[in-house]
Each structure stands twice: as structure tokens, then as C-alpha cells.
Ligand binder design. Structure first.
Ligand SMILES: [Mg+2]
Length: 233
């Protein structure tokens, strides 16, 4: 068995339950801003349209076509437009409020804390996330995960996974070699393929058992975080 010393975790959808946390805030804001009245649509329709639009923006971001400002400024106005809301009057602060509230939500992926608790004494734990520091740090702090991690690598370093440069930057910051590192994440492209290109072993966290056709299989694949310690210890 390879002697891993440094474990690099992705944050959103791997440790921090992005979908549940964001959905709770979106439901709250849907009511607060009277969107049912303004659009005649249900909260479910709103969530579905927003999720599609948001996903498209993140794909374009990960391909380097747009920056974070475009995501932040455009995704809600476009959602409102798709819901049939013609005037943005009174909705100007919606996106800002979403950004302010969401990182303070604290729902975690099942077993996240338990697994970190088991791993923390045996390994150096770090985060590599494609989010931004101002959003990701409150998530870690609010859900009381911050103290488990030595280095927090975010998109603010100028690169996003799967760009090899964010992994290089992370190795340098953590002071480790690719052979001592393991990347753990839910995204095949960003986390698994990104780490493969850097000769870093990977754990693909695949809770919905998504089928995949990567040229090279992940080093490990788990459907539950609680399966990770037995792979490594
Ligand atoms: Mg993720």
C-alpha cells in the first residue's frame, strides 16, 4: 500500500452539503422576495431553473470562458427572466443575499466530521476547492471544520481544478510530493482527472453511483465517506 501522508479534500459536495445548504437558502429567499406572487411559479420550478442555469455558468467558468463576476451577476437575473419575471425591481439584492447567507449554512455530507476525526491524527489534511476564499472559509468555520485542515487552497491562487497548476501550488504549500498525496473529491474532471494528470492518487466520491468513462479508473471509488479510512489504514 502506498504511504500517503497528505490528504487533499474537495469541499463542495464532498464534505459540505452544497445542494442541501443552497436549497435551504433559495427556499427562504423565494418566500422573502415573494417570488411565487411575482412569477406565478412554484418554488420547485424556481429551483429547477436556477440549478440548470447555475450549472451552465459553472461549466463555462471551469472552461475558463467567464469569471466569477459573471456568475454572481448574471445567474439570478437570468433565472428570474426564465421564470417570466420582467422587472428586476426589488430583486437587486437577491444574489448578494444568497452569497451572504449560504456559506453560513452547516449541513455536511454524511460522516464528513466522523471521517476527518479518524484521519486527522494519521495524515496531514488539506482542502483544494474551486470556490473562492471569501465564500469557502465561512463554510469551513461555520460548520466547525476549519481546524482539521492545514492548508486551504482556493481558486484565489489563480487556477482551478483540473488545471495542474492548482495541484502544483497545493503540493508546494503543503510541502509534499505527488506520491505522498491523495485527492478526495466528487468531481471526475476536476478532482479525479486533475489529480491523475499530476500523478496524484485519487478517491472518487460517487454517492449516486454515477457511471463514468474516464480513460483511467480512479485509484479508489467510494459511495460513502465512511468507507475511506479502511482504504488508508
Ligand atoms: Mg465538489
Amino acid at each position: 500500500m502506498t504511504a500517503y501522508k497528505h490528504l487533499f479534500f474537495d469541499l463542495d459536495h464532498t464534505l459540505w452539503d452544497y445542494d442541501r445548504n443552497a436549497t435551504e437558502v433559495l427556499r427562504f429567499l423565494f418566500d422573502k422576495y415573494n417570488l411565487q406572487e411575482k412569477s406565478g411559479s412554484s418554488v420547485e420550478a424556481f429551483l429547477e431553473i436556477y440549478q440548470q442555469i447555475n450549472e451552465q455558468y459553472w461549466i463555462r467558468f471551469e472552461e475558463g470562458q467567464i469569471g466569477k463576476e459573471e456568475i454572481r451577476e448574471e445567474r439570478f437575473p437570468l433565472t428570474f427572466k426564465n421564470l417570466g419575471i420582467n422587472s428586476l425591481k426589488g430583486l437587486e439584492d437577491f444574489g448578494e443575499e444568497f452569497l451572504n447567507l449560504t456559506p453560513h449554512k452547516t449541513n455536511l455530507i454524511p460522516y464528513a466530521r466522523e471521517v476527518l476525526e479518524v484521519l486527522k491524527d494519521k495524515f496531514h489534511l488539506h482542502i483544494i476547492t474551486n470556490g473562492f476564499q471569501d465564500v469557502q472559509l465561512p463554510k469551513l468555520e461555520g460548520s466547525q471544520l476549519r481546524s482539521y485542515f492545514r492548508k486551504i487552497i482556493t481558486s484565489d491562487c489563480g487556477f482551478n481544478k483540473p488545471d495542474p497548476r492548482i495541484f502544483l501550488y497545493a503540493m508546494e504549500k503543503a510541502g509534499c510530493e505527488p506520491s505522498e498525496a491523495l485527492m478526495i473529491g466528487d468531481n471526475l474532471q476536476a478532482d479525479v482527472f486533475g489529480a491523475q494528470r499530476m500523478q496524484i492518487d485519487q478517491v472518487y466520491f460517487n454517492p449516486i453511483k454515477e457511471k463514468h468513462g474516464l480513460e483511467k479508473n480512479p485509484t479508489f471509488e467510494v459511495t460513502c465517506l465512511s468507507d475511506i479510512p479502511s482504504l488508508l489504514m
